[in-house]
Design a protein around this ligand. Structure first.
Ligand SMILES: [Zn+2]
Length: 274
């Protein structure tokens, strides 16, 4: 389930292969991968022959700014990943989209569960379709602004951290890690966090995301997410909470507990997190 660190790792890997390059061939293989377009064939028409000026990221989206003013959007969804390949590399199952540059490099989009998508949007479509909040890494609100956003909210802080309109880029894994480091229990109503806790929360978001990127993201045992060269991201070994039910807390030794919040598994230490 790629989140900001996995998406940022993917983007950084893609930059030397894509930025300044012209897209010379494109194929969309699966209709669901193109579902954000009324007419998915627009993706091919709009991308073919275009130069990719810059490759940016906002939240969980990779944004390729094209010479035409359109934006090539890649969203990895739950199980999507990008593979950088050459045309004669054997194809991996579930390759639903590929684009070839004038250097002969192929950017392949592999997505077994098809929750991800590829799109090429006009500026108006981009605004309407993605509804982006403030990026959790590049544009994280200061703690007084976070306080204003959470003020009066009864929802669990875990759910509020997953709300992409509040901060964009966090998902289930990193939200649990952020709450562990800030020592805040995931069930706490967002509006009840103290000024001190909000400061710790904000600092934890920055630290966890930076470390996640440095480690190349988190590849779980399903290996759904891999770096674009096929390597696994190494942050899993550095997780304190996520996926560690019944295992001893790395800080105090108390077994980590799992509860379900808003339909998502949430892991926390009942001793460290208040
Ligand atoms: Zn603990």
């Amino acid at each position: 389930m790629p989140e900001l660190p996995e998406v940022e790792t993917t983007r950084r890997f893609m930059v030397p292969h894509v930025e300044g390059r012209r897209i010379v061939a494109v194929e969309l293989r699966h209709p669901r991968t193109g579902r954000r377009h009324e007419n998915p064939a627009d993706i091919v028409d709009r991308l073919q022959g275009q130069r990719v000026d810059r490759l940016e990221r906002h939240g969980k989206f990779i944004l390729g700014r094209l010479g035409s003013g359109l934006t090539w959007v890649t969203h990895l969804g739950m199980s999507g990943r990008v593979l950088i390949a050459s045309p004669d590399d054997p194809e991996i199952a579930h390759t639903h989209f590929w684009a070839r540059t004038d250097l002969g490099t192929e950017i392949r989009f592999i997505d077994p569960r098809t929750f991800g998508f590829v799109a090429v949007f006009t500026p108006e479509e981009l605004k309407k379709e993605l509804k982006l909040g403030r990026d959790a890494l590049a544009d994280l609100p200061r703690s007084p602004q976070l306080a204003a956003r959470l003020s009066g909210r009864r929802a669990p802080i875990k759910s509020l951290l997953l709300d992409q309109r509040i901060v964009s880029g966090l998902g289930n894994i990193y939200a649990d890690e952020v709450l562990f480091r800030a020592r805040v229990r995931p069930t706490r109503p967002g509006g009840e966090l103290t000024t001190d806790e909000l400061k710790k929360l904000r600092a934890a978001i920055v630290a966890v995301l930076r470390e996640g990127i440095e480690a190349g993201g988190t590849s779980l045992s399903d290996l759904a997410y891999l770096l674009p060269d096929g390597q696994a991201g190494g942050f899993r070994e550095r997780l304190f909470a996520y996926g560690r039910e019944h295992e001893p807390c790395r800080r105090c030794g108390t077994p980590i507990e799992r509860i379900v919040i808003g339909g998502r598994s949430s892991y926390y230490c009942p001793n460290c997190q208040k």
